[in-house]
Design a protein around this ligand. Structure first.
Ligand code: GDP
Ligand code: MG
Length: 199
């Protein structure tokens, strides 16, 4: 008989409008992709349960994936959006470098609203377009260098994962990777708690 630990993980999708947050979520949830840009209003959230084995232990992770819509709405509901989040996918569009250069703003906002460090993953999306026309795009190397700087700074592995919400490349991997990081993070907190009880 195997023991499965249940973990509920609220995660948020962050990044500039149009980078592909909603498309990534839909792809992962198995909904069809729209080909039009339709800025959603307010936050959508959806649920997906995934079973994972992490360091030999079995987990059932219930992802609550929050997806923000229009910018104007965002200002008012920001705190609700972030409340209780234990992880984030912070997304940029590899074909628009300006969405990459503003990542520090999103990271700072995330950590400020959730009240300290939480695991996050950098997502360079739309790599199908870069494959066709690489000029002027953010390179894998640039993304990776930034991820390394962040990992050193936070003393926690922050990976760069490059995705395409159109072909589906790495989409499942990105969400699952974040799931693993979230479980490790929660586990490290529990260990800290145990240790302070012993003391
Ligand atoms: P959001 O504002 O961040 O939620 O971005 P959306 O998911 O609405 O996507 C904005 C636009 O980019 C839409 O037209 C999508 O179809 C398109 N898009 C999203 N991801 C990709 C991708 O990986 N490749 C390509 N070629 N287009 C994408
Ligand atoms: Mg959206």
């Amino acid at each position: 008989m195997s023991v499965v630990e249940f973990v509920r993980a609220k995660i948020v999708l962050l990044g500039e409008p149009g980078v592909g947050k909603t498309s990534l979520r839909r792809k992962w949830m198995g909904e069809s992709l729209t080909n039009f840009y339709q800025p959603t209003t307010g936050a959508d959230f959806c649920v997906k349960r995934v079973r994972m084995s992490i360091d030999g232990a079995d987990y059932l992770i219930q992802f609550l994936v929050w997806d923000i819509g229009g910018q104007e709405e965002f200002a008012r509901i920001r705190h609700l959006y972030y409340s209780g989040a234990v992880g984030a996918l912070i997304v940029y569009d590899v074909t628009r470098p300006e969405t990459f250069y503003v990542l520090p703003k999103w990271i700072e906002e995330f950590l400020t609203y959730v009240g300290g460090f939480r695991p996050f993953v950098l997502i360079g999306n739309k790599i199908d377009l870069r494959a066709k026309r690489p000029e002027g795009c953010v390179t894998t190397e640039q993304g990776r260098q930034y991820a390394e700087i962040l990992s050193r700074h936070f003393k926690f592995p922050i990976p760069l994962i490059e995705t395409s919400a159109v072909t589906g490349e790495n989409v499942d991997f990105a969400f699952r990777y974040l799931g693993v990081q979230v479980v490790k993070y929660i586990r490290s907190l529990k260990m800290l708690r145990k240790r302070s009880i012993v003391r």
